[in-house]
Design a protein around this ligand. Sequence first.
Ligand code: EPS
Length: 359
Amino acid sequence: MERFRFLTSGESHGKCLTAIIEGLPANLEIDINFINSELKRRQIGYGRGGRMKIESDTVEIMSGVRFGKTFGAPVTLVIKNKDFENWKKIMSDNPDDLNFDKLFSTYRPGHADYAGSVKYNQKDLRNILERSSARKTAIEVAIGAVAKLLLKQFGISCSSDVLQIGNAKTEEDFRAEIDKAKAEGDTLGGKIKVLYKNVPVGLGSYVHWDRALDGRIAQAVMSIPAVKSVAIGNHHAYKMKGSEFHDEIFTENGEIVRKTNNAGGIEGGISNGENIVVTLVMKPIPTLLKPLQSVNLLTGKPEEAHFERSDTCAVEACAVVAEARIACVLANEILLKYGGDSMEELLNHQMLALSPLKF
Ligand code: EPS
């Protein structure tokens, strides 16, 4: 049951990244400057590698928007890879350009290389690297920015924080931790918190497993490259008693209020009006300057893993990607709950919707 749908295409060093978004109501204002500012946020974190100095990601709108507004047609977004100019021969679609000396055939542990090469029957691991690369998250952030523009119309806003990088738990220690890892030819992961505010009561459902809002958010966040765990609300729940964990219910000025939010804004798979709180853990990036031990798939002999320019740490970027993925889930739920073919209809339906009980 999807109302906000999208597909993306594009390789890390190919010509461009593309998205087609379907299901946007007509008359939604599309602020391209906002989309580009989100793309910039994804690029600027400390610890990013050489690629971010080459790219200045900006989006081109190829369809579905006229004079700054949607009109019901699918919206196509494109981000050109500036680096493609340097990879034309390697990423060529012309069989005459195939150069066997340029194949890369030593798996990087932790990346998709081994499992992907078995699955897709590929001997040139570039055919795995190119689409499994986190480069595709650039176009996902652009899609998420469009979803955020829809959510803004409902007063829904978001923010994110990096809670930890490696062993560093405060912002002032992050840079030193990243510098140390870089000097050692190593990489780092971290922990992130994403907050969505002013989400109405009633998104998602408990009636079927695939309609639970927490399940949908977890799937959207877990599938970001390098994310290894996702939690909604207080992730120390396993060691708390029921009396400590559950958020007691009070009234204030005739409205339901809570003094705590251990549930992270979702009870029974449904948003309960509190802030939606998602924490996620990103593993260290698997492409290491000081390579790990591996095997060459052409010879079967031990070899050091392939190294290609990479980032030391992309945790800040991952936070922006997580915001975007959750924005897409919430935009879908808003469209499912209220419905409508234009923004006017959608907002009118929201006004007609039953408000939470007043006492
Ligand atoms: C990325 C661009 C890539 C990688 C990174 C994500 O650029 P390049 O490979 O040309 O240096 O830096 O991807 C990974 C670290 C990975 O392991 O997939 C980007 O735009 O975010």
